[in-house]
Design a binder for this molecule. Structure first.
Ligand code: BDP
Length: 660
């Protein structure tokens, strides 16, 4: 039990006969899955039916007792996986219909061509090794098939094969040949392949003098490149672009705009049905609050992008923190489609050392009300076509997958891959239900009910609380970005450095002083609140009405300020950090108690990770409280466990390489 099988552990005990009027590689996979995993009546007769029923949309499906109805082969495949899941979970008897919330549900692999993975914590890239070895072995092929199967089982239908910090080399012939081969293996699983592209590719690999998007030769270069790609991969999805962001080249290098750049690429792929996902993750070294910059950069371009361009926006305005308010861009664009980008890999949430079920974070974002068109204009509604009626809808998740035998480093990190897929398919699902499904499929036998109380319930509670625990011991009450430089694992609230840009340091974000703590983004400060619609704007702007989980995100709050529970800021901060540590201690107890209810191998692996997490939660608490205490000059309440580290020792520890 090394975790390699993920949540796909169903083994058939009974026989099923499938009737289908059509044959295709996709349907072959569906038939094969049914034969492998069928748990219904022995010798049952099941029919694939190609339906014109208007209630079935896109690759959606309808399940009836003995029929899977869909419009497309992929709809049949997704219906198949849902039917098997329902059998496994013991819910198979009801009829069930489902349509996807987003038409494109895409993983972003931040995989470099040398085999390393940016912010990857589960080994090496499964796609790339190096220039010298672009072959695909039999083992690779089998791995890609499993990868395709796992994605199809949750409805993911696209994958970007390389890092957004893209090497132009991906567009050279030897690499494109490998892309073609990978696409061929993934195609029957419904996965379209996309690539991240580097804006200066026409210069670096094309030998042109410029990459100016208005230059005729440059435009031709991209058009030719698109043609070359589509000859190899006729159903290629399109380009993902990080431009003029964190040192990446872009149209602004030539005095042009994001619109010029995106539209040029959009024109290149349009004849073949491709799209351009243009990332809005941009910020410059400037006096302006970093969290305001993407909105200010893109808002006035609304309406100017070509139809096949979609803006890819991170859930929060900063950068995948344990908690952020939603990015104001979701509720800002009226004519430009916007897609959420979530981070499945836990760059800022304990990497693969800590247990964090991220579904709750994404659910919080999707359900946030932007008020764009009045109450109920949630991020989900702004992005899934409900409000705009735009047919181009998409959602992306930065993958946590690597060459580790268990795929994701931490067994519980598999649940985040699973949850991303499930939410991308249905953005109304509840994290609680997703956790329940995942636990049963990952750890239990089909239909097993005996372990509900002793296993499913406590483990589910642990998962549902896990993200909030991390918020508590890392960055409660709206604190953000107080990580150690570079690795983003441990704490370094003291991190300041005048030689690098201020908005890469911690002190820029928490602004601790003798008066209080937090970043003033109200109208008396950077006024980022102005980017939100009323009534949210006023609610956030006012210290008394700002939700406490975002307090220090939007306000510089005096240490003595009384919170809703009557405690002052300093005292509450101490309790929150301590609560976080206690939560992890409870997770350890929860897990130790399920010993014997889960196989020994996965039990021990998780137990050991929880020990590390417990140790590191303590480090977070001690580092932050001891450091902030140098400003508050107050005692840590006496009913709280005392720090066990010295501040100076922690400063050294979190800097050391061995701590990463
Ligand atoms: C940040 C990561 C960095 C990525 C960047 C991005 O630290 O490695 O390149 O986001 O999303 O979170 O482009």
């Amino acid at each position: 039990e090394d975790g390699h099988e993920l949540w796909l552990r169903n083994k058939s005990a009974t026989n099923v006969n499938i009737q289908t009027a059509k044959k295709s590689p996709v349907l072959d996979i569906a038939i094969n899955e049914l034969k492998k995993g069928w748990l219904g009546k022995n010798d049952a007769k099941l029919k694939f039916e190609f339906s014109t029923d208007a209630s079935i949309k896109g690759d959606g499906f309808r399940l009836e007792r003995s029929t899977i109805k869909a419009k497309t082969d992929l709809g049949i495949l997704y219906g198949t996986f849902e039917m098997l899941r329902r059998q496994y979970l013991g819910k198979a008897d009801e009829n069930f219909s489902s349509n996807p919330s987003y038409s494109r549900r895409i993983l972003n692999h931040w995989d470099n061509l040398d085999g390393s993975v940016e912010r990857g914590y589960a080994g090496k890239s499964i796609f790339w090794r190096n220039d010298q070895d672009l072959t695909i072995s039999q083992a690779d092929r089998e791995l890609y098939q499993l990868y395709g199967r796992a994605n199809a089982s949750v409805g993911i239908n696209g994958t970007v094969l390389n890092n957004v910090n893209a090497s132009a080399k991906i567009l050279t012939a030897p690499y494109l040949k490998k892309v073609q081969a990978i696409a061929g293996i993934l195609r029957p699983y419904g996965l379209k392949v996309y690539l991240s592209v580097n804006f200066s590719a026409p210069v670096t690999i094309g030998k042109l003098k410029t990459a100016d998007p208005l230059d005729a030769q440059v435009r031709k270069w991209w058009a030719d490149k698109a043609k070359e790609i589509y000859q190899l991969v006729p159903d290629f999805g399109g380009f993902l672009v990080k431009a003029n962001s964190e040192g990446q080249p872009g149209p602004q290098d030539f005095g042009r705009t994001h619109v010029d750049g995106a539209n040029m690429m959009a024109d290149a792929v349009a004849p073949f049905g491709g799209i351009v996902m243009w990332r809005a993750f941009v910020y410059q070294t400037s006096e302006q609050d970093r969290t305001k910059q993407a909105y200010n950069e893109f808002l006035h371009y609304d309406g100017q992008f070509k139809k096949n361009v979609i803006l890819q926006v991170k859930n929060g305005p900063l950068d995948f923190q344990p908690r952020e308010p939603f990015s104001a861009l979701f509720g800002a664009m009226n004519q430009t489609p916007v897609m959420p980008e979530f981070q499945i890999t836990q760059e800022y949430l304990g990497q693969s050392k800590q247990l964090a079920f991220l579904s709750t974070l994404w659910e919080e974002c999707l359900n946030s009300d932007t008020y764009q068109k009045g109450k109920g204009s949630t991020v989900a509604a702004c992005t899934d076509g409900t409000l705009s009626k735009n047919p181009l809808t998409a959602i992306a998740g930065v993958a946590n997958i690597g060459s580790d035998r268990n795929w994701t480093g931490h067994i519980f990190a598999q649940s985040n891959w699973y949850a991303f897929g499930r939410l991308a398919w249905n953005n109304q699902l509840k994290s609680e239900d997703i956790a329940d499904e995942w636990i049963r499929q990952t750890f239990l036998d089909a239909g097993e009910k005996a372990k509900d109380q002793a296993f499913v319930k406590p483990v589910k509670e642990m998962m549902l609380e896990s993200r909030e625990a991390i918020v508590n011991y890392m960055m409660p009450l709206g604190l953000h970005h107080i990580f150690a430089e570079g690795h983003h694992y441990g704490p370094a609230p003291w991190f300041a450095n005048t030689k690098i840009r201020a908005d890469w340091t911690s002190v820029y974000y928490h602004k601790a002083d003798t008066i209080g703590l937090g970043f003033n983004r109200s109208h008396t400060g950077s006024n980022s609140v102005e980017q939100y619609h009323e009534p949210l704007r006023s609610k956030l702007d006012n210290l008394a009405t700002c939700p406490e989980e975002y307090l220090l995100w939007f306000h510089h709050v005096p240490w003595t300020y009384k919170l809703k529970n009557g405690k002052d800021l300093w005292t509450e901060l101490c309790y929150r950090y301590d609560t976080g540590v206690q939560q992890v201690r409870t997770f350890q107890k929860t897990w130790d108690k399920v010993h014997g209810l889960v196989d020994e191998e996965r039990f021990t692996a998780v137990q050991s990770k929880l020990r590390t997490q417990s140790r590191d939660a303590q480090i977070w608490k001690d580092a932050c409280l001891l450091y902030f205490q140098t400003f508050s000059k107050r005692d840590i309440p006496y009913d709280i466990e005392r720090p066990v580290h010295d501040l100076e020792a922690l400063k050294k520890l979190t800097k050391s390489k061995s701590y990463e």
